[in-house]
Design a protein. Structure first.
Length: 147
């Protein structure tokens, strides 16, 4: 999907939101909010400049609060003892040791909020180790919903 086609999609959605389905059919492999394309664009670049810019802009982080660097991590937290797995689209740690979670969702999901809470709880769980204080770094969650 090029810029002109994306602009056409946005204009068509202003007229009728159901037009998105037509464009998703036409450009399903190049639609920026599909999981695979999103990860290619924002997670596979070498210095993660686009991801850092996106997160800073979406969360309004500026100056000393802005994320300067991010290290991407394994996206999966396997379930233990028959618990559900947790697979995030993007997870990283900032230069300040804060976690950044990004999740892209295209289809409506009645339990999206519950899933987000579960994902965040799994990330928190993995930050506290034996003999450590419960002092947790900030966790940023960015959910890009397309429904």
């Amino acid at each position: 999907m090029n810029r002109t086609q994306h602009y056409s999609l946005l204009k068509a959605m202003e007229i009728d939101k159901s037009n998105l389905l037509k464009y998703q059919e036409l450009y399903k492999y190049a639609y920026i909010l599909s999981d695979g394309i999103f990860k290619i664009v924002f997670a596979e670049e070498k210095d993660h400049t686009l991801l850092i810019s996106l997160v800073n802009a979406m969360l309004g982080l500026q100056g000393d609060d802005a994320i300067k660097d991010i290290t991407l991590e394994m996206q999966e937290f396997p379930g233990v003892f028959n618990k559900k797995d947790c697979i995030l689209d993007i997870i990283g740690t900032t230069n300040a040791g804060e976690k950044v979670l990004v999740e892209v969702q295209q289809q409506g999901d009645d339990f999206f909020r519950d899933r987000v809470e579960y994902y965040i709880s799994r990330v928190i769980e993995n930050q506290v180790h034996t003999s450590e204080k419960y002092e947790l770094p900030r966790i940023y969650f960015l959910g890009l919903l397309d429904f």
